[in-house]
Design a protein around this ligand. Structure first.
Ligand code: NI
Length: 179
């Protein structure tokens, strides 16, 4: 595994529609392993292949759904974050109910923005071996999937944000929800 360079706006690969994956061979397996390592190192909770300059339809997401419990669970009760790898993902259902949340993106450093998105989604795609998977996601996890699938269409959260602002870079500051 290797950490790959994350590309930033206005890198053209971020604005291209990514290609469908048809070959599940070693090259794809290496890309997925590298994306997971790159996401963890960043650190981020999601990464799309165009963000490492590969214009293909692959996303990785690592998030604990319990992270949504703000008042809630003690750390011991939290589930460990779950890793999702999706090839050729498609959102097949968007809830009518929407919610505004603050997003950041590893490809747009030091910018945050409020984006209105569906509270729940159903995502279908293939796992790394080409087997069909369906994921029902709520809350932050649903937001992350919407953000990552947008990347495959060349859409960046800054295009959708109602409000954008700069964050001061300060030592030790980590925006854990970058995607
Ligand atoms: Ni992003």
């Amino acid at each position: 595994m290797a950490i790959r360079d994350i590309v930033f706006l206005p890198e053209p690969v971020l604005r291209r529609k990514a290609h469908k994956v048809t070959d599940f061979g070693p090259e794809l397996q290496t890309l997925i392993d590298d994306m997971v390592e790159t996401m963890r190192e960043a650190p981020g909770v999601g990464l799309a292949a165009p963000q490492v300059a590969e214009p293909v339809r692959v996303i990785v997401v690592e998030y604990s759904e319990d992270d949504d419990d703000e008042d809630g669970a003690s750390p011991e009760k939290k589930k460990p974050p779950k890793l999702y790898t999706l090839v050729n993902p498609e959102i097949t259902r968007f809830s009518d109910e929407k919610v505004v949340g603050t997003e950041g993106c590893l490809s747009v450093p030091n910018i945050l923005g409020d984006v209105n998105r569906s509270l729940a989604v159903t995502v279908k795609g293939l796992n790394r071996h080409g087997k069909p998977v369906t994921i029902k996601a709520n809350g932050w996890l649903a937001r992350i999937f919407q953000h990552e699938v947008d990347h495959l269409e060349g859409i960046i959260f800054v295009d959708l944000a109602e409000k954008l602002w700069k964050v001061e870079e300060s030592p030790g500051q980590v925006i854990k929800d970058n995607v």
